[in-house]
Design a binder for this molecule. Sequence first.
Ligand SMILES: Cc1cc2nc3c(=O)[nH]c(=O)nc-3n(C[C@H](O)[C@H](O)[C@H](O)COP(=O)(O)OP(=O)(O)OC[C@H]3O[C@@H](n4cnc5c(N)ncnc54)[C@H](O)[C@@H]3O)c2cc1C
Length: 374
Amino acid sequence: MAGSCKTIAIYGGGIGGALLARRLSKDCNVTLIDPLDYFEVPMSVPRSLVDPEFAEPAMIPFAVALPNVTRVRARLVEWTANGGRIADADGLRSLVRADVSVLATGSRFSSSLMRSEGETMDERKAFYRRFHARLLAADRILIVGGGPIGIEVAGEISEAFPQKRVTVIEAGARILGGTSLRLSEHARGVLAARGVTIVTDERLADGAAPLHETLAPAGEALTNRGRSIRYDLLISCIGGRPNTDFMRSQFGHLLDSMGRIRVDGHLRVADEDRVFALGDITDLAENKMAWHIHGQVIVAESNIRAVLSGGAGPLKVYRPKTNVPTMVVTLGSREGVAHLPVLGLVTTPWVNRMAKSAHMLVPKFRKALGLVQG
Ligand SMILES: Cc1cc2nc3c(=O)[nH]c(=O)nc-3n(C[C@H](O)[C@H](O)[C@H](O)COP(=O)(O)OP(=O)(O)OC[C@H]3O[C@@H](n4cnc5c(N)ncnc54)[C@H](O)[C@@H]3O)c2cc1C
């Protein structure tokens, strides 16, 4: 039970923070600070947008997943030499001090479509129902961003609503630029066969569309090549910036040019013995994916325990998965395309269904957070 161990403050209860909190809270005093009161499986979001019922098992209250953790509903606004300055929804500020701190605040996107920024679980569920109503009424859908998230959203919509006119616009030379060309070409072929229009090497002109709004009214967006695209529903799938603004006032020198926190091989924030960071906010040279974070959690847990017990033994080293193109991209609930270790490119529908398309990894994360599969 908690009590024998010193205090650990974890900022951010996403994939990295929640899994670490659960492991450490078996015998340590853990406090989790997050503006949300629940964990949402990120992979479920593209499906929840077309099927609000799917969101039900994909959202788990922290109170259920992390019963032994002290939960504080607030946001880290400033990292200081004495700990984290946090602010709750009313702006009330306080300082959290702990023997060890862990920064795991993840990524933020152009809007709160992919990641809620402070809603309650019930408000998030209500949002999915409102979005679904807009989707039902829309004929022309414009998806901005042809990375994994935009392509998965295009896959969901084109499968569930084959009659709708879907366009994906991608600024890069090809969709899914972060993985292999063959994977990208397969996904493009499947979507094109469903009638999805894919525009690459072209971007929306600055200010051409309200990308910060989740339910913007119908409109017309102009691209940098002078093309005009009319839409009933605009879906922004761009962004993915690290949530590290809290470092800027006192520890900006620990951020790289992308705003990511420099960590050493032990996942400690550079120059800080008792501050760890993991997940999307780190400068580790690997794709920012949940797939890699499990390994980080194991190393961070071991090193935090070693630091707290004052052990003289060597700390564990995390080796980033540099240039590993592993990725599983769903194209609706029945198809997908994957680049897997050993197997390489996998286009077989049933393998992709098993790997992710059928369930969007919801049972895996429910199990990891101590809930029975379902
Ligand atoms: C739609 C979508 C689909 C994805 N699909 C896949 C996939 O199939 N496979 C894969 O491997 N990866 C996938 N990813 C990427 C994966 O989800 C991320 O790499 C992973 O969630 C990052 O984990 P994290 O712990 O760093 O941060 P997150 O999981 O993003 O969690 C961050 C947490 O920090 C909280 N927070 C934010 N700011 C603050 C603050 N200032 N103070 C306190 N708390 C804060 C947030 O509320 C959140 O709970 C997907 C991501 C998205 C959005």
